[in-house]
Write a protein that binds this ligand. Structure first.
Ligand code: EPZ
Length: 435
């Protein structure tokens, strides 16, 4: 298993281009199942999750070309007889559930393994299934698989669907219902839809394929079903979580970092929090596209404590919770971070404590008392974003930090160590057993 070895204390300087968004790409890939034509995606990040989704779609009858150097992917669903998403793939990547809606809309049948939980908490799909049942899908569980079908020769039926759960809406649930509704008979209205920018990106692509969707990005999305969808060629939006991670890497090392292709228009809550902490993010030039701007990061010598609660978009994203916790470990005072989306998403807390952080967890909240410095230590990555938080802590810590099991990180960041090396970090990837 690979590990990172980081010698902390280096101030990051230089420029990094933000890659296309993993969480935007995955539902776009699944949407290839909705058409008999090829789909081309540009600026696709070369990540483990993307390659896993490509493997899953190939097993579902999609021909795939992925030019990882050019970050371009072409998908063409040609074989509609393969309709099982096997457990061995689905258990490695929860986003596999995104194929359910497209398979049902186009083929009328799907057998998809239940995703199961993961390190950030239970990952139920009850909202997905309830929405599909409202569209006429018959669903039962069989040996851990969701078996879903509609009567032979029939179509999904448009319906009014409420997707609000205990923890707010569901991003991939909205993607599933939105995709399925494009080929349904009649009108579908999704109430309490996820408002994430990645949903807007999916709706934009589906409309380019001939769908009739309005309201994406708002809590109410209306879809007028159509008979067929055609192919298209789109560019994936930049990754707002990768951008937030590298902004915080610049801030935690008190560096001077410039980010290109930064989706500032999707990061208001992140910028609000960073500004209150004392991190300045200056937009350079007058880039026409507010989703692809160049920004320069500078931070005050002293970081200020803040109170943060993770929320569905446009609130502060749960996917940046571990990273901002690492940053606040070095703030001048006490911060409180409350996790409203995945209340158990705190596996990074124990590892940060090993590095000298002062953290007290109380249910869905953590009190972060700023310390003068973090001290390098061997730590264990547990999930994608917790790993990113540990990297940030290691960049700032005194001494050496070894981060084991960085395969978690490779799911969502393309060769992070190379990017950080280009910014002057002393970080190496080694093939390393747990120390
Ligand atoms: C997406 O996951 C993202 N993944 C996650 O990013 C992100 O953390 C999450 O949205 C929240 O923003 C992708 O887009 C591939 P949800 P998703 O359904 O859609 C509950 C990363 O690090 N819920 O919006 O699976 C659920 O338990 C990943 O890149 C139900 O109760 O998340 C959670 O508490 C991690 N029933 C809340 O809703 C359901 O049927 C939000 O989950 C579905 C979800």
């Amino acid at each position: 298993m690979d590990a990172f070895i980081i010698q902390g204390g280096k101030r990051l300087r230089g420029t990094v281009r933000i890659n296309g968004s993993k969480n935007a790409t995955l539902p776009l890939m699944a949407a290839a199942l909705l058409t008999d034509d090829p789909i081309t995606l540009n600026d696709v990040p070369n990540l483990a999750d993307i390659r896993n989704m490509a493997g899953l779609l190939e097993s579902l009858g999609c021909q795939m070309q992925f030019d990882t150097a050019a970050h371009q992917m072409t998908l063409h669903a040609t074989d509609r007889t393969k309709n099982t998403a096997h457990y061995k793939i689905v258990r490695t990547m929860r986003a596999s559930i995104s194929v359910l809606g497209p398979l049902l809309a186009k083929r009328g049948y799907a057998r998809v393994s239940m995703p199961g939980g993961c390190n950030i908490g239970d990952r139920p799909v009850d909202l997905h299934l309830r929405g599909l049942e409202a569209m006429g899908v018959q669903i039962h569980l069989d040996e851990g698989y969701i078996v879903a079908e509609i009567p032979q020769g029939s179509r999904l039926q448009g319906a009014r669907i409420f997707l609000g759960g205990t923890f707010g809406s569901t991003v991939l649930g909205t993607a599933n219902i939105l995709s399925a509704a494009t080929l349904a008979e009649g009108t579908t209205m999704i109430e309490s839809a996820a408002c994430e920018p990645e949903i807007v990106g999916l709706a934009d692509m589906l409309n380019a394929m001939g769908a009739n969707i309005s309201g994406a990005g708002s809590p109410r999305i209306t879809i007028e079903g159509v008979e067929t969808l055609s192919g298209t060629d789109v560019t994936v939006m930049p990754d707002r979580i990768e951008a937030g991670t590298y902004i915080m890497a610049g801030a935690i090392t008190n560096g001077d970092v410039t980010l290109e292709n930064c989706p500032m228009d999707a990061m208001s809550a992140v910028l609000d929090v960073l500004t209150r902490i004392g991190v300045e993010v200056e937009v350079r030039g007058n880039g026409a596209d507010p989703m692809r701007q160049t920004v320069r990061v500078a931070s005050a010598r002293r970081l200020s404590p803040v109170h943060i609660t993770t929320q569905p978009h446009p609130g502060f994203p749960t996917d940046l919770q571990a990273q901002v916790m690492a940053l606040l470990c070095l703030a001048d005072g006490n911060s409180i971070i409350t996790e409203k989306i995945f209340p158990d998403r705190f596996l990074h807390v124990a590892e940060l404590l090993r590095m000298g952080a002062s953290l007290i967890r109380n249910g869905p909240s953590v009190l972060v008392s700023g310390v003068h410095e973090l001290i390098g230590a061997p730590v264990m990555a547990s999930d994608l974003r917790a790993s990113a938080g540990l990297v940030l802590a290691g960049l700032a810590a005194r001494g050496t930090t070894t981060i084991n099991r960085v395969y978690h990180l490779d799911r969502g960041y393309e060769r992070m160590e190379l990017t950080l090396q280009q910014l002057g970090a002393d970080i190496q990837r080694v093939n390393h057993d747990v120390v």
